[in-house]
Design a protein around this ligand. Structure first.
Ligand code: GRF
Length: 193
């Protein structure tokens, strides 16, 4: 069984994490979430993970401890869900094509350092885009730049506020992340590359 580690951010709600855990528990994904990792003790998503019966750990020395923790738990696939910082180089190298992230817009537009949360949706609306959506991509050593695995689109409606668009994109994200992991599992092992 493929073992997934989900890395959450210090502020994220954990809704993508929850969607992935549920899809594994329901047997929709032939994988198990072995570990949820967070960078700080008070990350709300870690609490959600524990309530869902997951093994959730806090890495106080995040960058220094991450690779060892993933190797120790024999993780096959990493899913970033709300983690906003760059992943340490040793992990990017070891998990090349085995680490995914989700971004709430259609990359390569509206990505990069500082493009997160409501800022993304504000920029999409300000640019007059008719279509937005989300992107699941492989993680590289740069913000939002790894190869795209899957995108899903939705309309930007004429009177959308950033919050309205964010809500529409978020429900799309949950479906997109699960479908992307399915796709990854079908083409596994990327580890042979
Ligand atoms: C999502 O919008 C995702 O695209 C971005 O961070 C947000 C995390 O939301 N990377 P949640 O914590 O999964 O609800």
């Amino acid at each position: 069984m493929t073992k997934i580690a989900i890395i959450v951010g210090s502020k994220g709600r954990g809704s993508n994490m929850r969607a992935i855990i549920k899809a594994c528990q329901a047997g929709e994904l032939e994988a198990a979430v072995a570990l949820v990792i967070g960078p700080s003790r008070d990350a709300p998503a870690l609490q959600v993970a524990r309530e869902m019966g997951m093994h959730a750990v806090v890495l106080d020395q995040f960058d220094a401890q991450l690779l060892g923790t993933l190797v120790e738990h024999k993780i096959d696939l990493i899913c970033l869900a709300g983690y906003m910082r760059l992943i340490p180089e040793d992990v990017v190298e070891t998990f090349h094509y085995r680490m995914l992230n989700i971004h709430p817009a259609l990359l390569p537009k509206f990505g990069g350092k500082g493009m997160w949360g409501m800022k993304v949706h504000e920029a999409v609306i300000a640019a007059g885009e008719l279509i937005s959506g989300c992107t699941v991509h492989f993680v590289s050593d740069r913000y939002d730049e790894g190869a795209t695995l899957l995108q899903k689109t939705c309309h930007v409606l004429p009177h959308d506020t950033p919050e309205m668009l964010a809500g529409r994109v978020l429900s799309l994200e949950h479906r997109c992340y699960i479908d992307a992991i399915k796709l990854w599992l079908e083409r596994n092992p990327y580890t042979d590359r």
